[in-house]
Structures are given as structure tokens and as C-alpha cells.
Design a protein around this ligand. Sequence first.
Ligand code: 5AD
Length: 339
Amino acid sequence: MKDYLSLSVMGKEELAEFISLTGDDTELYNIADKIRRENYDDKVYIRGLIEVSSYCKNNCLYCGIRVGNKNAMRYRLTQDEILSCCKVGYDLGFRTFVMQGGEDNHFTDEFMCGVIYKIKSLYPDCAITLSLGERSYESYRELKNAGADRYLLRHETANDNHYSRLHPEGMNLTDRKKCLFNLKELGYQVGSGFMVGSPYQTWETLAQDLLFLKELKPQMIGIGPFISHKDTPFKNEKSGSLYLTLKLISILRIMFPKSLIPATTALSSISPVGREMGLKAGANVVMPNLSPEDVRAKYNLYDNKAYSGSEAAESLAILKSLVENAGYRVVVDRGDALC
Ligand code: 5AD
């Protein structure tokens, strides 16, 4: 047996080499699954994902809702619409609501604080996760004071040069990291992560991603394959691989035994069995879509995004049996991290 546990102490070169090795990863998945069960048993936490706005002021080269995409269908939810998503979600058994959206100036602190406060007073037993991109320290503080518990902000890549090839001028890794450390300082449970197989990614940049996560110590780590979107500059780039994503999920579980790792929508989107395989490789969270049904197709980050069947919150029964068939159990719980 390879010495998988030494992954946590490897440097950049060793990690890069480990990631690059091809071959059967069954043993790696099994070790990750054992570690996941030691920490989280067979529990799978569910989060209700509410995609609050498809407007975005940024122009990230990979993303379908970039401001430069004139074909993107734009919408933003009202407070009442968000609250009805929460009502539906609560009745289904969700105890975490994730409000995710593009960087939309209409979602001011005042608006968001109002929504957060309302959700917390109606559902005090629920956790609120935000995923609204880069904001100021003061803004993050206001949102936290209003009741937000968690924040998801992927670092996307921990290599400066790679970062600048994925993003337009004006966006940089230093600002991104600053936001993440600000969120930690403010007491949020923080989630970060990256795309697997994004253009210009190398074994070395992936190793840097893992080392950056070691430094950040996030509670949650979300990764998924890059999938090209037809209306972006990366339309002809090839998508990330299912197997490399699974391998990285297992590596993450071994390096960060107590973290929350979702089997992401992107993983389900590249393969019909992506989510089950993600769970078996060490993931312990799924985030079904709770957005109003008529907007789901409009929150189009990449082509062929899955948003029906077991990706849809209202089909929770399907998801539950799918999770059970994979050997795990969906629980009604806020699902806070152990770290
Ligand atoms: N493929 C896969 N993931 C994407 N994201 C954005 N665009 C794509 C794409 N084309 C991911 C980014 C972002 C998250 C919300 O979605 O990592 O942080």
C-alpha cells in the first residue's frame, strides 16, 4: 500500500507528482471513504441552493454569467421569492440555505441583511451560507452581524499567473485571498476551492491549490470539473476529467479529514454517476437546487448544467434513494463542520 497518509506533509513537487500519476485509484477512494466514515459516519448533509442573481459585474473568462455574455438571461430574485424558496426547502428538510449569485450591485448590504435577518427569524434552526463573491471587509461584517454563518468563495487557482489567465485585468489572486482571510477573521465558516481541468492548469498549479488550502484551513472545500460554456472565450477548451476530480476529492479528504466536501453540480453534470462516485471518493455534502424552477436554466455557469431530477430540491426522495444506494444516508441537520 502506498503511504497515502503522508499526503498531508508533502511539498509542491511531491504533491504534483502524486496528482499526475495515472492508474487505478480504487485504493485511494477506499482510504478516503474510511477517513470520511471515521469523522462523519455515513452522513450526507444537504444544502438548499438558491441562485439569487444571474447578474454579474465580472468578466471571468470561464463563466457563462460573465458580464460580457450578451446571450446570458439575467434575473434577480426578490426578498419574497427567496423566502418562498426557504419555505419550500424547510418543509423538505433542508437546514442550510445557500444564497449564491453573481457579483450584483443590486444585492446591497441593506438588501442582503434584510433577507438574512428574515430567514433567521423564521428558521432559527437553519444555517445561512452566502456565496456572493468579493465584497469589502465591512460588508462581510454587516452580513455576519445580520446572521450569516458561512461563506463560499473559491480561490479558483492559487497560482498568480494562472489566476490572471482565467480572469480579466483588474481581478487578482491577492484580493481573492484577502477576502478569504477576512471572512475567516470575521468568524465565518469558510468554503473555498477550485475548478479541475481549467485552461492552463498544470500538476504544479493543482499542488499549489492544495498547499494554499492547507494555509487557509477552510471548513468546506468545493471542487468540480471545468466545463466549457459556448458563449465564453473558453468555448473551445476541453472540460475537466471526472477521474481527476474524483482523485482530488480523495486527496482532499485525506489531507483535510474533518472538512465538508460537496459532490458538486459540475461533477453530476459531466457524468450521470458523478455525484455517487464523488460520495464514494470522500465527499459528504450535496447541494440540490432550490431556486424557483423558472430561473434554473438562466443560472448557466457552464453548458449542460444539471438542474433536474435528483439535482432538484423537490426531488429529494430520488436523491435520498440514490445516496442510500451508494451506501450513505441523507440527514436533516445544519451539518456544521467538525473543524
Ligand atoms: N465550469 C465549471 N465551474 C465553473 N464555475 C464557474 N464557471 C464554471 C465553468 N465554466 C464555478 C467557479 C465558481 C463557481 C460558482 O462555479 O469555480 O466559483
